[in-house]
Design a protein around this ligand. Structure first.
Ligand code: HEC
Ligand code: HEC
Ligand code: HEC
Ligand code: HEC
Ligand code: HEC
Ligand code: HEC
Ligand code: HEC
Ligand code: HEC
Length: 413
């Protein structure tokens, strides 16, 4: 009876296992039986999930809802639901930038002017930004009802790792107008090398080109964060010339007052981690990235490439600052009027401005400046140059021309 001990342990495991892992009923569960008729697609997708072995529908949705009559009682899972069994990924995720997606979006001054479909209807901002469903976020009347973070890369109900590892998992949000990382990556040398190896049937670990996850989720780390971030604005800055240009940009974001003092918006920047606010913080993220590139390139090459991308941002900031000051001058002369009396336009109002010249400025900031530096960091000279830098220069010329016309019209009045 040498093995009796093990037999008892096995029996205990088989008996308790389902309770420990949340499987409450035999298969198929009552939920599955009924839902195979009501929503067969969901049941099939879940059957493909690795979790199907040990979980049932009730593990995530609770068991209060049992029939057509009490559908309201079904719970919709949150990060806390997954955290019970995946604490590591949940904690990493919650310490990264994705978890702040809602905070950053709701801090925009014109968000409350957007129609419901754009926010809680998920047909605009809310379709990509309902990330970080904290209690406070969920309490907002703008928060979508169906919005669960983890399924953004592991879509329901398959919840697959293989799917999340492919760059297409990021594509739906990181594309388009102001952050076309998908377009930039997929048409870069990195994207080409990756996609060709995938077409050739080479296993994922052996494909030569890096994918989004290689650089932004190394070793499966669910905390995403970069040095420059979306806006490419670090504070402080040693390069004095560059700092002066950035001051103009920060004034146009109303993070600085016209005479250069921090406004309340700096608290939003802090809360949403919108910019790195110490040199050390910036440097730590940069070094993390350099190590990743170093797996496939030598360090001199890496530093040179990233430095040139930083310099692309610097060049873009010079043009941006010049354009901002032209528009601010019009306001100082009374040709443009802002309700708050601040001569600087508010770039965070995006397209909600009545002036054509400010619409152009918004395009320059959100589309062209973004492409100029994001393209540089994603090894895409076409995006960086033609869709970024070239458009900035073209728009600057247009802004100068418009400003001249506005001044002439004003003088003739
Ligand atoms: C007798 C049939 C039946 C059974 C049993 C059943 N459901 Fe449902 N469930 C429904 C119907 C009907 C709906 C509404 C579907 C629709 O409108 O398309 C629904 C909706 C849901 C929803 C969506 C809720 C929402 O707010 O959108 C979830 C989640 C759900 N069921 C989970 C479960 C779970 C978990 C179980 C088992 C504990 C279960 N169901 C058992 C019939 C059933
Ligand atoms: C591992 C957790 C998990 C399990 C197990 C699970 N679900 Fe879900 N389910 C989710 C998540 C996450 C959502 C999305 C919630 C949101 O967007 O707020 C969801 C949403 C739903 C919805 C509403 C959205 C839609 O597409 O209609 C229904 C219905 C549903 N689940 C039914 C089921 C059924 C039936 C089963 C069992 C076959 C099941 N779920 C098993 C996590 C789970
Ligand atoms: C009751 C525990 C439990 C809960 C709750 C739970 N999981 Fe899991 N999950 C597991 C187990 C166990 C596995 C491992 C299955 C295996 O490898 O056989 C797993 C595996 C996974 C995997 C890897 C699948 C693969 O393809 O290798 C993902 C992704 C995942 N879960 C996501 C989620 C998400 C998202 C939620 C919340 C909506 C969630 N899980 C809730 C227990 C749970
Ligand atoms: C297609 C999906 C999508 C839509 C729609 C969208 N965003 Fe975003 N947004 C993103 C992504 C992805 C990022 C991060 C991009 C980056 O870092 O390059 C982002 C970044 C931001 C940031 C900067 C966050 C930070 O902390 O750096 C703000 C603020 C923001 N979005 C607000 C909005 C608002 C307001 C709307 C609607 C008017 C909106 N977004 C619409 C996907 C979207
Ligand atoms: C931005 C995309 C993204 C989001 C959002 C995301 N994951 Fe993942 N997840 C991944 C990737 C990529 C991997 C594969 C990492 C690797 O290469 O090993 C992964 C792997 C996993 C695994 C498998 C780990 C293993 O070692 O097998 C689990 C479990 C998991 N995620 C759970 C979650 C949970 C829980 C959430 C929500 C808190 C979540 N994920 C949100 C992209 C994501
Ligand atoms: C549901 C939409 C969505 C998906 C899918 C998504 N992201 Fe994001 N991502 C966002 C939003 C929104 C932000 C900005 C978050 C904020 O404002 O804090 C963001 C921010 C980021 C950032 C941080 C940029 C910074 O400010 O430093 C990185 C890096 C990132 N995502 C990478 C990825 C990768 C890699 C994937 C795929 C594995 C992915 N994302 C999938 C919406 C998404
Ligand atoms: C070869 C590595 C690499 C790959 C692959 C890669 N990125 Fe990046 N990504 C970077 C670098 C480098 C930066 C800038 C980091 C910094 O600020 O120092 C960056 C920045 C970002 C940012 C912040 C804004 C910006 O564009 O500068 C987001 C968001 C992002 N990447 C998402 C993605 C997504 C989504 C993919 C896949 C479609 C992807 N990245 C592929 C290296 C990579
Ligand atoms: C997983 C390996 C891998 C990683 C990680 C990686 N690269 Fe690459 N890189 C490649 C491959 C493969 C090519 C295509 C080879 C070629 O162009 O001859 C390439 C090409 C390039 C090119 C195109 C220029 C040239 O010489 O053809 C640049 C620039 C570059 N990488 C920079 C970077 C930077 C910067 C990072 C980090 C942010 C990085 N790479 C991370 C594999 C990688």
């Amino acid at each position: 009876m040498k093995y009796a001990r093990y037999v008892v342990l096995w029996l205990l495991f088989l008996g308790l296992g389902p309770f420990l892992t949340g499987k409450l009923w035999a298969r198929p569960s009552k939920c599955e039986e009924c839902h195979a008729k009501i929503t067969p697609g969901i049941v099939k997708q879940f059957q493909r999930s690795k979790m199907y072995k040990t979980l049932t529908c009730a593990s995530c949705h609770g068991k209060s809802h049992q029939s057509e009559a009490d559908v309201d009682k079904a719970k919709l899972p949150t990060i806390e639901t997954c955290k019970r069994c995946h604490a590591k990924q949940a904690k990493q995720y919650m310490s990264g930038k994705h978890f702040l997606g809602w905070v950053a979006m709701e801090a925009m001054p014109t968000i409350h002017m957007q129609p419901d479909p754009v926010t809680k209807g998920r047909k605009g901002c809310g379709g990509c930004h309902s990330l970080g469903a904290t209690k406070e976020a969920k309490a907002s009347k703008y928060y979508p009802r169906y919005a669960m973070d983890c399924q953004n890369c592991h879509t329901r109900h398959t919840f697959s790792v293989k799917e999340a590892r492919e760059p297409e998992a990021c594509m739906t949000c990181h594309m388009g107008f102001d952050h076309p990382q998908w377009e930039m990556w997929s048409t870069s040398k990195h994207g080409a090398a990756y996609q060709i190896d995938r077409l050739l049937g080479i296993p994922i670990e052996e494909r030569r080109g890096p994918r989004c996850q290689t650089c932004h989720m190394p070793n499966g780390d669910h905390r995403v964060m970069t040095a420059w971030g979306f806006l490419g604005l670090r504070v402080p800055e040693d390069d004095q010339e560059w700092w002066q240009w950035r001051v103009s940009i920060l004034k146009a974001l109303h993070v600085l007052t016209p005479d250069g003092k921090f406004t309340d918006r700096i608290n939003v920047v802090k809360a949403g981690k919108v910019a790195r606010l110490t040199k050390e913080e910036w440097q730590a993220e940069r070094q993390r990235m350099e190590k990743i590139c170093h797996q496939c390139h030598n360090m001199n090459f890496v530093k040179e490439q990233l430095h040139q991308a930083d310099m692309m941002l610097r060049a873009a900031d010079q043009v941006m600052a010049e354009a901002i000051e032209i528009v601010a001058d019009l306001a100082r002369k009374g040709i443009i009027k802002h309700p708050d009396g601040n001569p600087y336009p508010d770039l965070l109002r995006f397209y909600d401005t009545p002036y054509e010249i400010e619409q152009k400025l918004y395009m320059m900031f959100m589309e062209y400046r973004m492409r100029a530096f994001q393209g540089a960091f994603h090894m895409n000279p076409d995006y960086s140059h033609w869709y970024g830098w070239a458009e900035m220069k073209k728009t600057l010329a247009e802004i100068k021309e418009l400003a001249r016309e506005m001044e002439e019209r004003h003088a003739a009045k």
